[in-house]
Design a protein around this ligand. Sequence first.
Ligand SMILES: [Fe+2]
Length: 171
Amino acid sequence: MTKEAETAVDAARLVEHIDTLDMPWVGGAEGSVTGKPLSHGIETKKLRVDPDTAEQSLLYTAQPQHGPPGIMKGKLGHPMIEEIFTLSGTYVFADAGMMGPGGYCWWRENEFHGPAGSLTGYNLFIRVVGGPLRNIFSDEPFPFTFTPKHNPSLPDDFKPYGQPYPYPAEY
Ligand SMILES: [Fe+2]
């Protein structure tokens, strides 16, 4: 392999440094990662959209005091992998528990989760792997609560690390 070939990059797929403080939050259809307009109070900063696969990395924020949107009567899933890092605030999944700053979760394709909401609002870093994000909403109702039981789905050797969020007094 020539030196040129070793160092060649596809400029369209190059991940460059981004100063997220210089980026505006974007709502509505323009800020959406699914092609459908975002709900009121939700905005994104798109950090990377792969030109070939439409995989995405983004910041995702929501205002406080919201339960699941009307379309989320039960769980939702995606036909691609979704990975969430909680940067600030808290995010509740009624089936799995509450995430706080440093909280992390991911789902394989079509693993259903939720419904979701937040009393404090949140700022998330989300990565979508395996194609553009698409939502599939279950028709089967699942009860929502802001104080769910800590119930993550973890392999045995990860279970010691999956502790409940320790500051529920924020509520
Ligand atoms: Fe999801």
